[in-house]
Design a protein around this ligand. Structure first.
Ligand SMILES: Cc1cc2nc3c(=O)[nH]c(=O)nc-3n(C[C@H](O)[C@H](O)[C@H](O)COP(=O)(O)OP(=O)(O)OC[C@H]3O[C@@H](n4cnc5c(N)ncnc54)[C@H](O)[C@@H]3O)c2cc1C
Length: 286
């Protein structure tokens, strides 16, 4: 197995263009597990750890640009203010060791329906910056990035450079059901982001369909019926939960049944909406 070690982004793009079958490796918390268990044996590994810029984040053009190599620990420590949903989700990933190595870019690269960063990226309206040597940069909205179970819109000669996330303008929450409290892959998960300026609520479902996805009907319901000055009515919260549950298309597997996942998504949706709404009203009253 070849081991490619570019030190600049241009070298990394060139290596991927010349050897599209090479497998990028950042934290390695997915890739090394697959290699150790012989799930795959790529002809080459493309180690991105020497490309320092991938580990940086910045505020650029009103968006928070998070480099593909920024580990969860940094998201938790430094991005809780602008990206509270992503920071909450990052806090639930694996263990401290996994959060030190594992990255949002790697989560996107793996494109698992159970990846914890996807629901908050969907709810916030993020876009993934990908690039190839031949065709340059593409910005892919998160909602178009996930294409199937562990499949994404990334082409074989492309690499993920960063994810661009609008900073929060209202409360955001992420909630995850697991079989225990830590070191657990989601049975299902849900993220919500209030966008008060646009009178809009964003959603993201995890581990509840072949891909992470938004609950569009539920978002439309709130856009039409939510009174942004008033308490949330139980009937609207219930209807929102039902429509989020209806957006789920899960399977039975070792972690949970489809029926349980549908039920749990409804509960998580209702609950996170109530938390976010309380924060919203408290902020208005202050
Ligand atoms: C013990 C354990 C617990 C875990 N718990 C969780 C959990 O709670 N929640 C969760 O979501 N995940 C969990 N994971 C999975 C994993 O940690 C995450 O998916 C993590 O985000 C992967 O990041 P990484 O940097 O380690 O990726 P890597 O393993 O380096 O790469 C993952 C995938 O992304 C591709 N890739 C990496 N960087 C790029 C790039 N720049 N461009 C294109 N492709 C790229 C790789 O080729 C590979 O396909 C766990 C893993 C382990 C081993």
């Amino acid at each position: 197995m070849d081991f490619l070690r570019p030190t600049t982004w241009e070298e990394a793009l060139a290596a991927k263009a010349d050897q599209p079958e090479s497998v990028p490796i950042q934290g390695g918390t997915d890739v090394m597990v697959e290699i150790n268990f012989d799930v795959r044996r790529p002809p080459a590994l493309l180690d991105l750890n020497q490309v320092a810029e991938l580990r940086e984040w910045s505020m650029t053009g009103g968006l928070c640009r998070v480099g593909a190599g920024v580990p969860y620990a940094v998201v938790v420590d430094e991005l809780g203010g602008p990206l509270p949903g992503l920071a909450q989700a990052s806090r639930t990933v694996g263990s401290p060791q996994i959060r030190n190595r594992g990255t949002v870019g790697g989560n996107l690269g793996a494109a698992s329906p159970a990846g914890d960063s996807h629901p908050p990226l969907l709810a916030a309206g993020a876009a993934v910056e990908v690039e190839s040597r031949e065709r340059g940069v593409r910005m892919i909205p998160a909602a178009e990035f996930y294409r199937g179970v562990k499949r994404s819109a990334l082409e074989p000669d492309e690499l993920i450079r960063a994810v661009h996330v609008p900073p929060a303008t209202g409360p955001q929450y992420f909630s995850k059901v697991g079989t225990r409290n830590a070191m657990v892959i989601a049975v299902c998960s849900f993220a919500i982001a209030l966008h008060p300026g646009e009178r809009r609520v964003g959603t993201g479902l995890g581990s509840a369909a072949p891909t992470p996805r938004r609950a569009l009907e539920a978002e439309e319901l709130l856009a039409a019926e939510l009174d942004w000055e008033a308490p949330l009515t139980p009937a609207l919260a219930r209807r929102f939960g039902e429509l989020c549950a209806r957006a789920a298309a899960p399977i039975d597997d070792v972690r949970g049944t489809a029926a349980y996942r549908v039920h749990a998504i409804g509960v998580l949706a209702r609950r996170t909406l109530a938390w976010a709404w309380n924060d919203h009203l408290e902020k208005r009253a202050a």
